[in-house]
Design a protein around this ligand. Sequence first.
Ligand code: UD1
Ligand code: CA
Length: 482
Amino acid sequence: MPGASSLAANRLHVAMEKEPRLKTQGEQHSLVALILAAGRGTRMKSRKVKVLHELDGRPLIDHVCRTAQLLDPKRIYVVVGYQAPEVEATVRRLLPDKLASFVTQAQQRGTGDAIMAARDALNNSDSTLLVLSGDVPLIQAETLSSFVDHHRSSGAVCSILSVKLENPTGYGRIVRNELDRFAKIVEQKDASADEKQIREINSGFYCFDPAKLFSALERVQPVNEQGEYYLTDVPGILLSEGHTIELFLHNDARELSGINTRAELAEFENLIRRRTIRTLMLEGVTFIDPSHAYVSAKAQIGRDCVIYPDVLIEGGTVLGEGCLIRSGTRIANSRIGSNVVIKDHCVIVDSDILANCSVGPFAHLRMNARLEEDSAVGNFVEVKKSRLGRGSKAMHLTYLGDAMIGENTNIGAGTVTCNFDGKSKHETVIEDNVRIGSDTMLVAPVKVGSGSVTGAGSVVTKVVPPDSLVAGVPAVVKKRLK
Ligand code: UD1
Ligand code: CA
């Protein structure tokens, strides 16, 4: 990433949801946000549009939309073009309908042309228009809010958020005049050797007076190296018409850096991960090797948890206190209680594990699997859409699908809930204090009453009454236990 400076660990925390909404000053003018997201992102060399590539487990456009939302704008317009339906669907999942609007840029002929697509919607607006780039994900709401305030109090018709980079290659450069005020923006590909030396760059965030913006846009011509309509020509045009243009120089290079390549995407990912893990360590979580753990910025991990190398904790996963998570485990969108031990190489997705449970090694929990307190699942056990009651155990080579299992029940090695008859899924109910013998097949729908026992190798096709011993193929009652 060009010229990224070092920054304090918590400078750019990304868990935006936890922040209060920021109101900008000058409430007499409302704010409208416009996010540019129509470009393909050629430099990603991908079939997928750039703004849908993921950072910290969420599409780039997600990061920018959530930040824009924190500014409490009247509306957020998103300019879509390349893979428009996919981008639109992603944004619709994030923003309420009354907030999000979409404008289509049919052909991607440059950032100026992209804005032009929103002319009908915005030309007559008396709001301040804040333009954001869909590919600059670390931008912070506080920065934008100060930027908007500055724009409003300066009386400028256009303000540009700029930053100085150690390596400005690839960006549009800010050319200043002898009074150190804005003169023009020149794109990398059009810059002279001298201009390429300029380290102050255009971050791609602007505030505009909409009417002035659209009248200047009409004068933009695609006379440049790329044959595109550049939004970056607009400030120069407005200046030549005698309007005031403001530069708002920010000091955090990383926050304003855009993602254009997969290498930059990986650098951002790494940065966010390091920051998240550092914060967690300061809050009392042990990482055996912080450089080999992957924790989403949205996840919460309680004190005295110990995370071994090569663990992935994704999405909004919550871990209680004192958990031990061994190597090679992936936990996504799940809730784990306190003092849970997850042994090596488990996959836990969309599930709940209550306090004092033990899982794995090599266990797979998914689709609302739920382990009640003090229960245990051992090696090569898959639990899908099932609940294992308090103190119950399934320790070896077992499939529990669509099963409701009571308390203090033991599921023997090799047990399978045969939940699928080729057409539909059926439920298995196993009540409290049951012992399911090794290699039992439970052909659902079926129920095993409390206190019952199944013999090894039973194929249970009928309801087992409470306190009975069943065995055989198909299993029949051999003995009443009470
Ligand atoms: C742009 C700026 C450059 C600035 C840089 C900051 C222009 C001409 N250049 O360059 O001065 O330093 O951002 O990151 O504006 N897009 C569309 N439609 C298009 C083209 C692009 O919606 O026809 C969108 C893209 O999806 C992206 C954003 O505009 O979200 C920026 O486009 P990109 O091609 O990445 O511009 P840069 O070359 O980075
Ligand atoms: Ca860019």
